[in-house]
Design a binder for this molecule. Structure first.
Ligand SMILES: Cc1cc2nc3c(=O)[nH]c(=O)nc-3n(C[C@H](O)[C@H](O)[C@H](O)COP(=O)(O)OP(=O)(O)OC[C@H]3O[C@@H](n4cnc5c(N)ncnc54)[C@H](O)[C@@H]3O)c2cc1C
Length: 527
């Protein structure tokens, strides 16, 4: 079926051209549906964009590393043929220090710096990684499929649960027991059981809490770690990658796939409301007042925005509205962008490692303490940082000889007690001092700086709370109950309305699976 010229009626309208909205549009258009994607911003990509933040300096303004995009999805959509190139792949991760200690590489078995710190940890690390890798592989198919419904007598739902149990069974008795033992644990306890080196534990703890409102002692942080590793397991053996031109290049490639398949994309087209006629979706109305009809509306805006703002509670039952209202979505990840007049020098770091992922998280206690301030309306004066210098691999992002530094900063709350008008300058100053302590002279090389708090990110990308996952990734908001029961299979209580963004299973991160799963749900007409 295709759109009828003049009548403005589509099979599917997608709200939001983030990478999930674009992936969903691509699959639906390829399946022959007429698709219109409506994006509020002037460019596609949502939180996967590249933009200028200082004259001549460009940065991936939200997500800055690609580590979760499944190779299968990339191949299915032929992203390479649609312009996606990589400035670097298989990037290394290094835990850096400010006390003169040498950088600690993560990833390769038997690295000499770890052996020097702790022969015991160096011996235990490869087996730990391999074990978590096995768990991640078993869990990945969960990410790649529509979650079953709870408590139905439907054979499809039952089969999905049986398959899950069977996959875990294939791990064998020892691994199965271990997975069941650790999956509900907190990362602090697990890593403390395994290792003694504070910096190793801190660096591993980063992956358990990055993008969440948790410290490593919070229950369920092994689940978030496994969720990330599961996604990475499908992305490749050393999955960290940097698209040429930044993360926006991935979104641009996805937009080309969608349009090549016949979808139309309109930017600067903010959806003001989702229209309902006779208890089913009839289309959308834009902020401009323009009405566009569609049989289905698939929203990549987060669940709170979709249900409470665009649809409106009057179309939903009160229990459902309450569940949506209770979705926890307090973002704590901020973004720091620096324009540098020279390449920063981190002692002991060669150029290959400087072009990779650098972690400032000297211990699990450091991360836990960094989290504490946000509980009481403060930003962390000694935050955990994931730092990249993308211009090492991609000089096109800055004027010749100049550089860009991009860092994820945790924990920075949406609002502070004093307000961001008062706190922004001292927070930024503290960040520059922290970086300078790791890379002496860096502070003096900064020619422009931009700090994007969760409130700024919420405003720029339209995500409630500025939350990485469009809603906390936690046991109570996971898999079969994500974002809430009644909307966990991408279909929603309103006929014709679906979700396809990070607030659905399997959550945030640039992986495209929420978009692909949602397209499958639409195509199979899941109720
Ligand atoms: C600071 C930060 C750093 C991150 N770093 C990484 C990283 O390094 N690697 C990684 O894999 N992930 C990272 N993430 C997570 C990742 O960026 C997100 O989870 C992912 O981009 C979500 O994609 P999405 O398509 O579901 O939603 P989004 O990217 O949020 O896109 C939703 C789109 O919907 C649009 N929209 C909303 N409302 C409307 C409306 N009413 N009308 C029209 N359009 C609308 C928005 O403008 C937006 O374009 C990071 C997130 C943050 C916040």
């Amino acid at each position: 079926m295709s759109a009828t010229a003049g009548t403005r009626r589509y099979d599917c309208i997608i709200v939001g051209a983030g990478h999930n909205g674009l992936a969903c549009a691509s699959y639906l258009a390829r399946a022959g549906r007429s698709v219109l994607v409506l994006e509020a911003n002037e460019r596609v990509g949502g939180a996967a964009i590249t933009r200028e933040f200082a004259p001549g300096y460009r940065v991936s303004a939200g997500a800055h590393l690609l580590n979760q995009l499944p190779r299968a999805l990339s191949a299915e959509l032929a992203l390479g043929e649609h312009g996606l190139e990589f400035a670097a792949q298989e990037l290394p991760t290094t835990a850096i220090a400010s006390d003169g200690a040498p950088p600690l590489p993560l990833g390769a078995a038997g690295d000499a710096p770890l052996s020097a710190l702790s022969p015991r940890d160096a011996a235990a690390y490869p087996a730990f990684r391999a074990r978590l890798g096995r768990f991640a592989k078993v869990l990945y198919p969960l990410l790649d499929s529509i979650p079953p419904r709870l408590g139905t007598s439907d054979w499809g739902d039952r089969l999905a649960l049986v398959k899950l149990g069977w996959r875990i069974r294939t791990l064998g008795r020892r691994d199965m027991r271990e997975l069941l033992r650790v999956i509900g644990m907190n990362a602090y306890d697990l890593l403390s059981d395994e290792f003694e080196t504070p910096r190793l534990k801190g660096a591993l703890g980063v992956d358990a809490v990055l993008g969440t409102n948790f410290g490593p002692r919070a229950p369920g942080t092994v689940l978030t770690l496994l969720n990330r590793l599961a996604a990475e397991s499908a992305a490749g053996p050393m999955p960290l990658a940097q698209p040429k031109g930044g993360l926006g290049a991935l979104s641009d490639a996805l937009a080309r796939v969608a349009t090549a398949a016949g979808a139309s994309i309109r930017t600067g087209a903010r959806v003001a409301s989702i229209r309902v006629v006779d208890d089913r979706v009839a289309g959308v109305t834009l902020e401009s007042g323009e009405a566009i009809d569609a049989a289905r509306v698939i929203s990549s805006a987060d669940a709170k925005t979709t249900f409470l703002k665009l649809l409106g509670p009057r179309h939903l039952d009160t229990g459902f509205v309450r569940r949506v209202d209770h979705i926890r979505s307090a973002g704590l990840a901020a973004k720091l962008h620096l324009a540098l007049d020279r390449l920063p020098t981190f002692p002991g770091l060669d150029r290959a490692r400087l072009g990779g992922r650098l972690l400032i998280a000297p211990s699990l206690d450091y991360i836990e303490r960094a989290w504490n301030h946000s509980k009481y309306g403060g930003y962390s004066p000694a935050p955990m940082l994931e730092v990249t210098v993308p211009t090492v691999n991609d000089p096109s992002l800055a004027p010749t000889g100049r550089h860009v530094l991009s860092a994820i900063v945790q924990y920075v709350p949406y609002e502070t007690r004093n307000g961001w008008a008062a706190d922004r300058a001292p927070c930024l100053e503290g960040l520059l001092a922290l970086l300078d302590a790791h890379a002496p002279g860096l502070g003096a090389s900064v020619t422009a700086a931009e700090l994007r708090t969760p409130a700024d990110l919420a405003h720029e990308f339209g995500m409630s709370g500025g939350h990485w996952h469009h809603g906390e990734l936690a046991f109570d908001q996971f898999y079969m109950v994500r974002p809430v029961p009644g909307a966990a299979q991408y279909a929603t209580p309103l006929a014709g309305l679906y979700l396809c963004g990070a607030s659905c299973h399997p959550g945030g991160g640039v992986m495209g699976l929420a978009g692909r799963n949602a397209a499958r749900a639409v195509l199979r007409g899941a109720a």
